[in-house]
Design a protein around this ligand. Sequence first.
Ligand code: CNA
Length: 376
Amino acid sequence: MFKSLFSEGTETRADGEPSLEGQFFTSEPDQPSHAAKSPSCGGLTTIARLMKLGRCKKVLVVAGAGISTASGIPDFRTPGTGLYANLEKFNVPYPEAIFNIDYFSNDPQPFFSLAKALYPGSHRPNYIHYFIRMLHHKGLLLRVYTQNIDGLEKVCGIPDDKVVEAHGSFATASCHLCYTPFPAEDVDIMNDKVPVCSFCSATVKPDVVFFGEDLPQKYFLHTKDFPKADLLIIMGTSLQIEPCASLVNTVRSSVPRLLLNRHAVGAFDQVPLRRGDHMELGDLEVTVRRFADLLGWNHEIQDLMRSHEAAVSLNSKLSIFVSSWTVMTLFLLMQSIGALVSCCSPPLTASRGRSSDGDTDSETDSKSSTSYNSNQ
Ligand code: CNA
């Protein structure tokens, strides 16, 4: 068992080096950080050039809720739209209570209400997810470490072994007290069906990591991945939650890091930036499309996205067709069986007649007769 460091509020800062060389960011008027007030120098262009020169072949991505807002899933901390700004819906005393295991023990409802907003199946991956998939397609993706629990990295087709879901997922479920595993299908969040553990009667929850819980074992691949990486892209995260916040500081100091976010966060929220740190601030989808353009990948990503989404929609139409066809066939089959049975069975009046004649000693016949009679 690995002990979790999953905790909130620890903002990590890398040691800043005095040189301004290699520091790039885009300034936006509403950015809260002081780093964001510095001039824009085109971090994307520099990284795209390095990638095109073949200098970045082991790319790590650390992603957060900001990569899924374009799919319609709110993040935590964006003022106004973030889930933390809309807590009245969840009836919790403080935001972190939703992911607090003690709070969950007493009242699991806020978590399950929130889970509906994040539940896989209700949302589709967006251009940003497909950009990460394209990194894999190009043989450049070492791994994506996502803090998200929406499963969209896998839904867009990034293979399982390339994705670390650092905060778990809805794919498996277990009792939150005795850890007995349960089939994830038993936890029907969308229909408010939450089972209790057959051993200890505590609530079964999806294996989403709560504060103070153990991280999935796969997370510890980072000890091998981060020293190997030659580029780190950090996307759509406030870097407020450990241990992912500190993870971004474990690449070698010579490795370029690119932050793509609405505003500067973590070690990027200071001047001067570390040598080799770059950031591009603004709407993530717009930035990532620009990045793809610079790399010459835009059309390929759009094709990939179109074909994958079309295949998914065809599959779902097929499965709707197959299931309605199955229901119809079953219905017709049952009707035929019903007709056949009624043809072969002696008429009930005959049964009643035989019974009244005392002609039958069959229990079934006598029950049919009774039932028929009682319905008259
Ligand atoms: P967060 O703290 O809400 O931070 C999100 C960051 O993304 C913020 O800095 C935003 O400014 C930025 N952002 C949001 N939308 C955009 C956009 N369109 N363009 C540019 N930047 C944007 O979320 P973190 O991921 O940092 O925190 C980790 C938590 C959030 C994990 O425990 C997750 O499980 C949890 N979470 C996950 C989801 C999901 O699975 N989709 C949704 C909400 C929360």
